[in-house]
Every structure is written in C-alpha cells, then in structure tokens.
Ligand binder design. Structure first.
Ligand code: B3K
Ligand code: ZN
Length: 889
C-alpha cells in the first residue's frame, strides 16, 4: 500500500466551482449523475502544450457508466480506469463541463463509507475519503464547490429526502416515486456532502439567532424514538447560543438537520446543515441512558454544531491538517461542556464525567509513547481514517488550550476573529491558525508551533531551591521530548507553566517574578511562566518562608512532570490545601500511584493497605467538598495509567493488586461509604434530573457502591441485586449491574438475564449489556465472550456492537491478557472476521495489540504472533495493515 506524505502537498490542477448531483435511488442499484464545472488551476499554458490530465478518485465498487466532456461522450479509449482512479487525458483548455455517470449498490456497502443503507434507510458518510465511493471526483478538502442535489426515490419507502442546504423544490413523479432538490449556497469540500432518504419521524424547534433570523432545528429518528430527542434538541439550542455569546459566531442557514442512524463507524458527522449521528449520541431517556450518555450527547451535539465554523466555513487544506478543525472543535466543546471553563480539570471532576474521561486523556499519553505515535499534524499515512486519533483530537485540543492559557480569554478571541476574517470560505493549514493567533496578539509563537510537528509527550522536570537570606525562591525547569518512530531529535517546545506557591497555612502567596533586569512583575496568586528552552530558571522575590509549589495548575500543558524532591508530606499538603482543584486531585493521584506501584513491585497482596491512603480517603469522603470531586478523588489511578509506568507489566497481576487496594479501602471506610449511599439516593418522589447536583449525587453513591461491592459479602451482593431491581433510571441500574457482573455467583446471572429480558427490543441498551459482559474481569470470561458473538443480540455488521463487545473485551486486563493467550487468539480471529466486513472497525480493534511492548515477555510474544498472523493474512485491508504493520515496527 502507498503512503501519502505531507511534504508532497501540491494544489490540484483543476478546481470545481459547481457540482450538480442527481441520485436515482433504487433497490437493485442507484444511479448517480454528477455534472461538474471545472476551472483550470494550472496557470498559463505554454504555446502548443495541452492541459494536464485530470485524475479523479474512485473505488472499485463504483461502476462507471459514462463520461462526457463538454457535452461529448468519451469512448473507452479516451480515458484510463483503474480500481482507484479515472484519468482523463485530452481535455480542452480553459473551463469545461464534465458529466460522470456511475452506478453503485448502497445496500451492499458494508464499509459504511460513501452511500449505504442502515435499517432500510439510505445515508452517507464521506469524511475522510468516502465521496469517491459515490462518484469519481477530486476527493480532497481543498476543492470547494457549490452543490445542488436532486434525490429521486420511491415515495412509500423513502418519504423523507434530505440534502445539504435549503430545499428548493419537491414533487411527485410517476410510478409512486418522488423527488427533492436541495441547494447549498456555501462552497464546501465533498467530505461535507450528505444525503438521507428513508422513513423517519421528526421533531422540530425554532432558534432565533442574535441577528433575529429564525432557524428550524429538526431531528429525524426512526419511528418510536421521537420521545427520546429532547435532550439532543436542548443541547443544540444551548450550543448555538453559546457560540454566539462566546465567539460571535451565528448560524448561517435557515435549517439545521440532525439524522440518527444505527449503523455508523464513528460518533457523528458535521455535514453542512445535515449532521448525521450515530443513534447512541442522539437518543436519551432516563430509562435507557446514563448520566454519562446524557453528557456525551451534549458534548457531541455541540462538537458537530461548532464544526459549522471550525471545519466547514474554514476547512482543512489537506488531511494532514485534521487537528486544525478537530483539536479546535474538541477544545470548543470542552469549554462549553464544562461550564464555560476551559480548565482540563473540569473535564474530570465535572459530575457529568467519570474517570473514563481522564483515562481517555491518559490514553493519548499511551498512544504518544507507542509504535503508532505521530505528531498532532501527521507527516504521512496510508489510510487517513486511521488518523482520527486521540493524539489528533485530544492532544490537539490541549495544544489549542496552550494558546488560550498564554493569550488569555480576550487574546484568544482576538486570534479567532482574525482567523475567520482571513480564512472564511477557505481551506487552510495549522500554520495559518498559529499565524492568526500570533498576529492578532503581536506575539511570537514559533516554539508553540513545534507541538504540531513533534510526536511523543514532553517530560518536564522541575527542581526548586529556597534562599532564606535573600527571601528568593527559584524554580529550575528542564524539558526533553523522547524519540518517537521516525523522529529521533526533538526541539524544546513552549510549555506554559501555570503555578502558585502555597504558604505555611496553605493559602496562595503573591507571586513576584524577577526579570533578567532585576525588575519584579506581580503575577497575582496564579501566574503563567513561559518556558520554551531546554532549561530555564525562574526566581520569585519576597518569599518569607519556603513555600510548597503547585505546578502545572489545571494541567496547563500536556506534559509529564516530575518535581525533584517532592515529598509525600508536600503532596498531602497540596491535597489538603491547593486552591487549584486539578492539582489537589492530582496530588492524591500521585500518592496513590506511588503506593500501587510499590505494592505491585512487591506483588504483595498480603499486609494492610497504606494507612495514609486510608486516612486521606476518609478525609476526602468526610470533607465538605463537591460529591463529584469526592467520587473522583477516591478513584484509584487506572490500570492503563499504571501499566505505562511498569516496563514488562503483567496486567492481571496489576488488576488484582489494584482490586486489593480498593478492598482494603472499602474495609476501612465501610461506615463512610454506607452513609454516602444512604444520603445520596434520589428522592423517591422525584423524577430523574440531568443536573450537575443530581449527577454528582449519583456519582458518589455509585462510586461508594462499587467500592463496597469489592468486599464480596453476601449481604452487600444482595443489596446490589435489590438496587438493580429497584432502579428507576439507567445510571443506577447500570451501576448496580456492573458491580454484579464482576462477582461470581447466582446474582450475576439473575441480573444479566433480567436485564436482557427487559431490554431485548432496545438495541442501544443491549450495547451496555454486551459491553459489561465483555469487559468483565470474571475469571475464564473468554469462553463467555465467545458465546456472546453467537448470541442473537449481537450483530457483527453493526459498528456499535463490535465496539461494545470486541473493544470492551480488549479493555479487560484479566481476560484479554489471559496467560494462555486465549484472549489474544479470540481477538485476532475477530479482527480478521470483521475486516471482511468493515475495514475501519477492524482497524480500531487491531489497535488493542499496539501496546504489546509494555508487557512481560510471554505476553509480548503472543501478541506479536497475532499481529504477524494478521499482517500476513491475504486480502487484508489497508486500514488494518497500516496499524498492524506499524505496531510491529
Ligand atoms: N469529523 C467526523 C469524523 C469523521 C471520521 C471519518 N473516519 C466527526 C467529528 O470529529 O466531528
Ligand atoms: Zn470533529
């Protein structure tokens, strides 16, 4: 397979001003007529030379019916057709019309890229390179054109016909057919094209924009689901208002549609005015969705809406620039989701999130240290779909947050304004974004730019010294970025270090930073240091006693920090007093990490839990702080996070050590935990509410239950089963069930069977049922998971099903990593089977093997063997090949 390189970017020889698409949707085949107006982009032609060839992207399942250039049909000798390309050689100079007719079979398209069918309805997914699965085209984001789309279909089966932009015309045709004509006034790249045709119900709301325009907001779902769309509609209204208030960005059309489909490779897609969503990110009711589901819906609805400006109005020049729209849009959705506060911390202690949010961020650390490590702006790829990664999205968002931290809210806004002023309607690069931020603020951001080109996570090392005679406190900072595949030498990057200094009573001291000329700058009590060399020192004056430093407040840069000589006493002090909630929590995590790593090293499952951790946790539980924070603070570091620190680690052993500590905590804290459970049940007469306070109560209650369940006492297990049966909302129901699933005994089977019976006709809820069983650490679970694959509830052609079952299984430290290799073999088989259906899904599954170098030698050998078997498999997709072969390198 061929690699594409960022350095090879060249503008296309032709651009397209208008695209007219005509779809005749049929059961047997679908006919697509594409009429393009092409403009030369090759400059002046030399005397006697002819225009360059036009290479259009295609796919082997797209059947070419005819090609017409300037009205004349080409004979087969006049073009070259391969599996991936249609090349036209003899083209007229200047502008011309091109008509391409193709035939496709959406009903057979199991890749779910291009035009396909889901639950009987037609829908599309074109990002990144799916449009070529519809017609031969210049399938690249820097070709922006105005589109009209005519859709024709059987009216009884497909009463709803949707396209991008505004509906221009609709009507009946002979033979029970009908049509609709859509026109999108905004130029766009083809990856934002969308079409939907099917039987759908719709709920509508009106939004009045800041300039007084009325926008119809419509959500389309399958019949019977209309009662579950209010939360998504509320979230959309909230996001539209927020973008106006925060960035002055108003919606630009009179219609905004969201369609929910069951079969979707990703979460959702920001097609211009016709967003298509995975139904699990639209539909919510208290009985079927958890607090976390509600919060994800809010986040993703916002995310896709925000793309209208950051992604659609200003798009990417080429796919290497993906983080330009994704990092920025994730940053934007995080800001709105967390009460207009861009602090990374709120991502975790916000009651709407749980430790999995933090885990996600830690996994970009893992990705950044592994064989698939790539800069947020990658240098090369085989399949672009493999680069919709945690690095591009999450680390990319952290890099956008660096601007925000350095420039402040107003400076960031100035940069955004200039970015839109310069680039609205264009396809641009990450460098353009950086330039807008720098120019709008008159600052040099060159060292920030290095974050775009360097992979792997920088290490920040800080040492401190206090001079009582001069009352000065000095921080010496060093940084280094470890090598990554293909990138040995790294340059220092710009690291904003947000910090405070705590006095003896735990309060923040005023920060007086000494400049090189001896001048002192007052930074208030939380300041930001600009650290951009390999090494630098910062001195603070007027410090009466040696302070305790609180560094990297709010996780002000995505780095791994070590503080030389930091003692447990200092961490305890920070945990007790730090005014920065992130660092307060992080101090506790550092202590817990140390303890767990020590325990693991000794593999000492005997003895008592670390007394400090017990008393600390007790203080946290009794403290008068947010329940959401408590729930987070008493959660131990995740297995993945710890494994990153254990070369040659044994995942099941680590799991048992971690569970041992949970159990010791639960033993000692039992009264506190039981009191929290009692105090935080939802009042019986109150309906479910998705509010911060209610979510926080459920979070601490369910966290306490989970800890108690580790005691494996019959009385507690019976209580869990009762709670499971009595639950009035999915958050509590799943919380109880997930405890029971980890326990051996009849309660586990009773609960699982009851849950299945109750929700057998609710595919979205059954995803949870599949996921919990697949992820379970119950010993010998590989066998059970194998039977789940054959269960009628499991549908291997549906991506959500595969993600719940296979990716869920890949997260189980005990069963995926079973010592006999049965978990690896199961996963290897599954990857190959799914790859025959859907390449993108299989590629995500094979990533479960990418971390193989982290484990003990036996496991390394077994995981490696699976990767080798997969790479050697005949007919393997490019998607899976890329991940598997790079993992082996
Ligand atoms: N832009 C889409 C992702 C499409 C992925 C294609 N493989 C969703 C999002 O990030 O908003
Ligand atoms: Zn996005």
């Amino acid at each position: 397979p061929q690699q594409k390189f960022r350095k090879d970017y060249a503008p296309p020889p032709y651009t397209i001003s208008t695209v007219h698409l005509d779809f005749i949707l049929g059961e047997e085949s679908t006919k697509v007529t594409s009429r393009l107006h092409l403009l030369p982009n090759y400059g002046q032609l030399q005397e006697g030379s002819s225009p360059p060839p036009l290479q259009l992207d295609g796919r082997k399942d797209v059947k070419l019916v005819s090609v017409r250039v300037a009205g004349t049909e080409l004979s087969t000798g006049q073009y070259t057709l391969t599996e991936k390309q249609l090349t036209l050689n003899h083209l007229p100079p200047g502008e011309f019309e091109l008509e391409v007719v193709t035939e496709i079979r959406p009903q057979d398209n199991s890749l779910l890229e291009g035009l396909y069918k889901s639950s009987g309805n037609f829908c599309t997914q074109c990002e990144a390179e799916g449009f070529r699965g519809i017609t031969f085209f210049l399938d690249r984001p820097d070709v922006m054109a105005k589109y009209t789309t005519r859709i024709e279909a059987d009216e009884a089966n497909y009463p709803v016909l949707l396209g991008n932009g505004n509906l221009k015309e609709a009507g009946k045709l002979e033979g029970g057919r009908h049509y609709a004509l859509w026109e999108d006034p905004f130029p766009k790249p083809c990856y934002l094209f969308a079409l939907v045709a099917g039987k759908l119900s719709m709920k509508e709301r009106t939004f009045v924009t800041c300039s007084g325009r009325r926008v119809a907001l419509r959500i389309f779902v399958q019949e019977g689901n209309l009662g579950r769309v209010d939360h998504a509609l509320d979230s959309l209204v909230k996001s539209m208002k927020w973008d106006e208030d925060t960035f002055g960005l108003e919606y630009d059309l009179d219609l905004f549609n969201i369609v929910a489909v069951d079969d979707f490779n990703m979460g959702a897609m920001e097609n211009k005015s016709l967003n298509i969503f995975n139904s699990r990110l639209v539909l919510a009711s208290p009985e079927t969705a958890t607090d976390l589901d509600y919060s994800r819906i809010e986040g993703v609805v916002g995310h896709e809406y925000f793309h209208n400006w950051t992604g659609n109005r200003v798009t990417c020049r080429d796919w290497f620039q993906l983080t330009l729209k994704e990092g920025l849009t994730v940053f934007r959705d995080q800001v709105v989701l967390f009460q207009f506060c861009s602090s990374f911390f709120f991502k975790m202690v916000n009651p709407l999130m749980n430790a999995s949010a933090w885990d996600r961020c830690l996994r970009f650390f893992t990705e950044d240290a592994g064989p698939m490590a790539h800069p947020i702006r990658p240098e090369s790829y085989i399949k672009m779909d493999n680069f919709y990664t945690l690095t591009v999205y999450e680390k990319g968002a952290e890099v956008v947050r660096l601007y925000d931290t350095l420039l402040g809210k107003e400076g960031f806004r100035k940069g955004m304004d200039l970015y839109f002023q310069r680039h609205d309607g264009h396809a641009v690069t990450c460098d353009d974004f950086l330039a807008a931020m720098a120019d709008a603020n008159g600052v040099n951001l060159d060292t920030l730019g290095r974050w775009y080109s360097q992979a792997s996570t920088p290490n920040l090392h800080v040492s401190t010294s206090y001079d009582a005679a001069t009352k000065t406190y000095r921080l010496t900072c060093k940084q280094n970025t470890p090598p990554s595949p293909g990138q040995d030498a790294k340059l220092p990057v710009l690291i904003p270090i947000k910090l405070g200094l705590l006095g003896p009573d735990g309060s923040d001291l005023p920060l007086r930073l000494c400049g090189p000329d001896g001048a002192v700058t007052e930074l208030g009590t939380t300041g930001v240091l600009r650290f951009e060399e390999a090494e630098a020192a910062f001195t603070f004056a007027g410090v009466d006693v040696e302070p305790v430093p609180s560094l990297l407040r709010g996780f002000s840069a995505p780095v791994k920090m070590t503080v030389e000589g930091q003692t447990d006493e200092q961490l305890l002090f920070l945990l007790a007093h730090d005014s920065d909630p992130f660092n307060r929590w992080e101090a506790g995590q550092r202590l817990a990490r140390k303890l767990l790593l020590n325990l693991y090293a000794a593999a000492a499952a005997g003895g008592g839990a670390h007394n400090t951790l017990v008393s600390l946790s007790r203080e946290i539980l009794n403290d008068n702080i947010y329940h959401s924070f408590k729930a987070m603070a008493v959660s131990l570091p995740t297995g993945n996070e710890l494994l990153d620190c254990i070369p040659g680690g044994d995942p099941p052993l680590l799991h048992h050590v971690r569970m041992y500590v949970v159990k010791q905590l639960a033993l000692q804290l039992r009264p506190e935990l039981e009191a929290l459970v009692k105090a935080n049940d939802d009042p019986a007469d109150q309906p479910y509410q998705f509010t911060a306070a209610a979510c926080a109560r459920r979070a601490i209650k369910n966290r306490s239950l989970a800890m108690l369940s580790s005691l494996e006492e019959p009385e507690i297990t019976a209580m869990l089963l009762n709670r499971f049966k009595a639950a009035t909302n999915m958050t509590d129901e799943i919380a109880a069930l997930s405890c029971l699933v980890e326990l051996a005994g009849p309660e586990r089977d009773i609960a699982l069977a009851a849950f299945y019976d109750k929700f057998r006709n609710e595919p979205l809820v059954l995803l949870k049922w599949l996921g919990l069983q697949a992820t379970s650490n119950a010993p010998g679970n590989v066998g059970l998971v194998k039977t789940l694959v054959e269960h009628p509830a499991f549908n291997i052609t549906n991506p959500n099903n595969c993600y719940s079952l296979f990716l869920g299984f890949g997260r189980s430290p005990v069963n995926f990593h079973a010592a006999d290799g049965s978990g690896y073999a199961f996963m290897g088989d599954a990857v190959l089977r799914v790859d025959g259906i859907n390449h993108q899904v299989a590629a995500r599954m094979v990533s479960a093997f990418s971390t193989w170098r982290q484990y003990d030698t036996e496991r390394q050998a077994m995981m490696r063997a699976q990767l080798e078997r997969i790479v050697a498999h005949p007919g393997l997709s490019e998607n899976v090949f890329e991940i598997a072969s790079k993992s082996l390198k």
